[in-house]
Write a protein that binds this ligand. Structure first.
Ligand code: NAD
Length: 357
C-alpha cells in the first residue's frame, strides 16, 4: 500500500539518536558534544542503580543525581529538582528511565532550556516528542513546546533487557498505540505513515521473541527500534479516541498508564475501524488477523497482556462517569465519538470481552 498523499505538511524534530548495544556507555561523549560538563542525572527512586551506573559512565561530567521522578510529573517534584539544578550548577540533564523520568527532564527543560540526553528504559516514546504532561493539584495538563524536545536519545538494548515481561508487553502496546493512531491521524503525512507501519512491524516481529527470551538482546534491540519509530510519530501527528480515552481513564480513575493502553487499544481501534478500514489494513497485515481490532486483541492476548479494565482496579459502577468524562469535550476521531456505543465499548473492555465495531 502506498502512503503517498497529494497534499501534506510535515515537521520533523532536530534530535540526535545513538543506537546500539552498549551505546549508553558513550553518554559522556554525547554530553561533551553538547558543549556541557555538569550533567544532572534523573531517575525514579526504583532506578537509582541505573542512575549510578550512568554517573560512572559520565565520570567527572556527573554533577549529581536527582532520583525522585514520579508518574504524571507532579510540579512540586519539578520545583525540588529545579532547586537541585541550581545547587549543583547543572548545565545539562541526563534522564535514565521511562516516560516518568523523561517527563521530569522535560519539565526542567521547559523552565530552564537546559539540553537533555535521554536514555530510555521502556518503550513509552516520550523521549522522541516535544510533548509534556504535568500534574498540579491533581490536574494533568499537556503542552507541546520545542523547549521540551530532548536533544539526544541513546537507545541501548541492554537497558531494556531487565524490563519485566509484563511491563515489556504493556509498554510495547503503549508504543504500538501511537503508531496505530498515527495511521489515521488527520495531520498524518507520508513519512509519519511509513514510520508507523515499520514501528508496528518491528514490534510484531520482536515482541514474541522478547516474551520467549527477555534477555535476547537482538530482539530487545528491535523492540527499541520500534519504540523510537512509534515515539517519533507521536511527536509528529495528533492522536484520537484511543489516547483520549486512556487519558480520561488514567486521569480520573488513576488507572496505570501502559496497562490501560494495553486493554483499550483493540476496542478503540475496532470502534474507529469502519471509518478508516483501508488506513488500518497494515495493522491486520503486520499482526495477522481479519481486522485491525481483532488482530490487536489476539496479539495482546498472545503476549499475555492484561485484557480487562476490571483487573486494573476499574469499578463497573464508574463506567457511566467514564463515558461522560470521555465525551464531555468532543474531539476529532475518524468515527465520531457517540456516548451510547462508547459506553458499550467500555463495558466490553471492563469485562475483558473481544472488541466489536
Ligand atoms: P514509568 O516511567 O512511569 O515507569 C514505571 C516504573 O517502571 C517506574 O517505577 C520505573 O522506574 C520502572 N522502570 C522503568 N524502566 C524499567 C526497567 N527497564 N526495568 C525495571 N523497572 C523499570 O513508565 P512509562 O510507561 O515509561 O511512562 C509513563 C509516563 O510517561 C506517563 O506519565 C505518560 O503520560 C508519560 N508519557 C509521555 C509521553 C510524551 O510524549 N509526553 C509519551 C509516552 C508516555
Amino acid at each position: 500500500m502506498s502512503v503517498f498523499q497529494p497534499e501534506f505538511t510535515a515537521r520533523t524534530a532536530r534530535v540526535r539518536v545513538r543506537f546500539g548495544i552498549g551505546a549508553s556507555h558513550a553518554v559522556a561523549d554525547e554530553v561533551r558534544a553538547l558543549g556541557c560538563s555538569r550533567a544532572l542525572i534523573l531517575s525514579t527512586p526504583q532506578q537509582v542503580a541505573s542512575a549510578m551506573r550512568t554517573a560512572e559512565d559520565l565520570g567527572p561530567l556527573a554533577a549529581g543525581i536527582f532520583s525522585k521522578a514520579a508518574m504524571h510529573t507532579p510540579t512540586q517534584i519539578t520545583a525540588e529538582a529545579l532547586a537541585h539544578v541550581s545547587e549543583v550548577r547543572a548545565d545539562c540533564l541526563v534522564a535514565v528511565g521511562g516516560g516518568s523520568t523523561t517527563g521530569l527532564g522535560k519539565a526542567i527543560a521547559l523552565r530552564t532550556d537546559l539540553p537533555q540526553v535521554v536514555i530510555p528504559t521502556t518503550y513509552a516514546g516520550s523521549e522522541a516528542t516535544a510533548i509534556l504532561g504535568q500534574t498540579e493539584n491533581g490536574l494533568k495538563t499537556t503542552i507541546t513546546d520545542d523547549r521540551v524536545q530532548p536533544e539526544v536519545i541513546i537507545y541501548d538494548p541492554q537497558l531494556v533487557a531487565g524490563l519485566p515481561v509484563p511491563m515489556t508487553v504493556t509498554s510495547a502496546l503503549n508504543a504500538i498505540a501511537h503508531a496505530v493512531e498515527a495511521l489515521y491521524a488527520r495531520d498524518r503525512n507520508p513519512l509519519s505513515s511509513m514510520l508507523a507501519m515499520e514501528g508496528i512491524r518491528a514490534f510484531a516481529r520482536s515482541l514474541p521473541q522478547v516474551v520467549a527470551d527477555p534477555h535476547d538482546l537482538a530482539a530487545r534491540g528491535e523492540t527499541l527500534y520500534g519504540a523510537w519509530l512509534c515515539g517519533t510519530v507521536l511527536g509528529q501527528v495528533g492522536m484520537a479516541l484511543h489516547h483520549k480515552l486512556c487519558h480520561a481513564l488514567g486521569g480520573s480513575f488513576n488507572l496505570p498508564h501502559a496497562e490501560t493502553h494495553a486493554v483499550i487499544l483493540s476496542h478503540a481501534v475496532a470502534y474507529t475501524e469502519p471509518a478508516v478500514a483501508d488506513l488500518l489494513a497494515p495493522v491486520a497485515q503486520a499482526l495477522g488477523g481479519a481486522t485491525a481490532g481483532a488482530a490487536l486483541h489476539a496479539f495482546a492476548a498472545r503476549m499475555g497482556a492484561p485484557m480487562a479494565l476490571r483487573d486494573l482496579g476499574m469499578l463497573e459502577a464508574d463506567l457511566d462517569r467514564a463515558t461522560e468524562i470521555a465525551t464531555r469535550n468532543p474531539y476529532w476521531n475518524p468515527r465520531p465519538v457517540d456516548p451510547v456505543p462508547l459506553r458499550a465499548l467500555l463495558q466490553r473492555a471492563w469485562a475483558g470481552e473481544p472488541p466489536v465495531a
